[in-house]
Every structure is written in structure tokens, then in C-alpha cells.
Design a protein around this ligand. Structure first.
Ligand code: CP
Length: 260
């Protein structure tokens, strides 16, 4: 069953069958990423462009690695050293990149809705890698993948989302460093109210897992004593992100790509 989509802009546009397809496909690609030679020719000849207007560690490198493991060519555009600083618009920048025959453009932007402008104006597939406080769909997909991997299912589970949800695009994970204005007098106050500690985790089920999209503010959002705890699966989320992004790029490429 194909995904039948040109772009991935938000989770809301995906049906539960679409999500299952992506997660099932990611399962196969996770097997590939566990091999000695972690590469398949699926997107050979395709070009993936990472266009990040905001900083990123996990998402940008994860998309780059995912594209390389699918044998695509990858371009990373450093916006700070591009003609964006001379005033070139988002759409003009993307159109010029597309003129060099890109197939997939991965965009992160501080403005909610920026990926929609590109999806409308370009023939390339556009993947939202985070737009303002709006969405970060591949993070949500890798979270779901990780939950299913750990729990064996998604249905019927209770998920507690803790923190400053208002400002986070992934269950709103951003906190004081990234707020435009302070909703807490200081970080200590935030930590006292919301920091997940071993003691607080006792309110969850014995087999509860602790997840975070990163970057983690240790000691503010999560107590450092939980970093090595068996309940914490934060680095496994990062590992799974590569397989999930391989699946998304493969499925958006549709029949033009051949998995092996
Ligand atoms: N989870 C996430 O989006 O991390 P980065 O900001 O490092 O990409």
C-alpha cells in the first residue's frame, strides 16, 4: 500500500493506516541500520537537501544519515552562509535549490507554516523538520515507533506529557531558554514544579518509559539520576529516528524508489 503523498507537513494529515505503514516500513529499515553495511540502493540517483533555518543536532544529522543509508546524494544548506543573509526569500532560495534538480527538501524554520509555502511552490517533496511552535512530524513518528517497539502496541496506552507544552512543537518540549517571555520566575521554580525525578516516576506504572525529543535540560526537565535508568529510552529514540526518516523518504518517493 503506497503513502500517496508528495509531502509530509503534519501528523494530522496522516491516517492511522498511513502511520502504521510508516512505522512498519521503519521496522524494515531498522534491520538495515543494524547490519555491518548499513546501506541500500533505494534512493540512488535522488538528491535530498537539508534546509535548516534553525539550529539542530539530531534532526539534521538523522536526515543526512537516513538519506546516505538510502544511497541518495545529500546537500546541507547552511543558511547563515547562504544568500539568505542578503535577503533572499525562503521560496526563492528553495526554487534555486530545486533548479539543481532536488527530489526531497527537508526544512526547519522558526515560522509556523514555512514548509507549506515550499510544498505549494515546489515539485520536490517537502518534509517538515520543525516549524515554529507548530509541528515536528518525524519526531512524533519516531516517538510512536519507539513506544510500539517498547510496548508492543500503541492502542490503550496512557501517555503523560510533562513540561512547557505551550512552546513545544513536539508535545511542546521547549523550556525557559527558549521562551520569548518568562512564565516562571526562574529555572529553579520550573524544576521544582516539573522536573521528572525517580521519586515522581513512582507515580507511573512500573514499566513506564521515559522519553524526550532532545536536547534535554538535565536537572531542569529530567533529573540526571534518570539518565542511566532502564526506564529512559532517549538515545533509542535517536537511533530509531534514522530508520523512521528512511521510511518517510522512501514512501514519499513512491513507486520511483525500489527497496531492497
Ligand atoms: N529533537 C530535535 O528536534 O532535536 P534537534 O533540535 O537537535 O534537531
Amino acid at each position: 500500500m503506497p503513502l500517496n503523498k508528495k509531502d509530509l507537513l503534519e501528523i494530522q494529515e496522516l491516517s492511522s493506516d498511513d502511520i502504521k505503514l510508516i512505522i512498519d516500513t521503519a521496522d524494515s529499515f531498522k534491520e538495515v541500520t543494524g547490519r555491518d553495511i548499513k546501506k541500500v540502493p533505494t534512493l540512488r540517483g535522488k538528491t535530498v537537501v537539508n534546509l535548516f533555518y534553525e539550529p539542530s543536532t539530531r534532526t539534521r544529522t538523522s536526515f543526512e544519515l537516513a538519506a546516505k543509508r538510502l544511497s541518495a546524494d545529500v546537500l546541507n544548506i547552511a543558511v547563515s552562509t547562504s544568500s539568505v543573509v542578503k535577503g533572499e526569500t525562503l521560496l526563492d532560495t528553495a526554487r534555486n535549490i530545486e533548479a539543481m534538480r532536488s527530489d526531497i527538501i527537508v526544512i526547519r524554520h522558526s515560522a509556523a507554516g514555512a514548509p507549506y509555502i515550499l510544498a505549494k511552490g515546489l515539485k520536490s517533496s517537502v518534509i517538515n523538520a520543525g516549524d515554529g511552535c507548530h509541528e515536528h512530524p518525524t519526531q512524533a513518528l519516531l516517538d510512536m515507533f519507539t513506544i510500539r517497539e517498547k510496548k508492543g502496541r500503541l492502542d490503550g496506552l496512557t501517555v503523560a506529557i510533562v513540561g512547557d507544552i505551550t512552546h513545544s512543537r513536539v508535545a511542546r518540549s521547549d523550556i525557559l531558554e527558549r521562551q520569548g517571555k518568562s512564565y516562571f520566575p526562574d529555572i529553579r521554580e520550573y524544576s521544582m514544579q516539573y522536573c521528572l525525578t525517580k521519586e515522581r516516576l513512582k507515580f507511573a506504572k512500573d514499566d513506564a518509559i521515559v522519553m524526550h525529543p532532545g536536547p534535554v535540560n538535565w536537572g531542569v526537565e529530567i533529573s540526571p539520576e534518570l539518565s542511566e535508568d532502564k526506564s529512559t529510552v532517549i538515545l533509542e529514540q535517536v537511533t530509531n529516528g534514522v530508520a523512521v526518516r528512511m521510511a518517510v523518504m522512501y514512501l514519499l518517493s513512491g513507486e520511483k524508489a525500489t527497496a531492497s
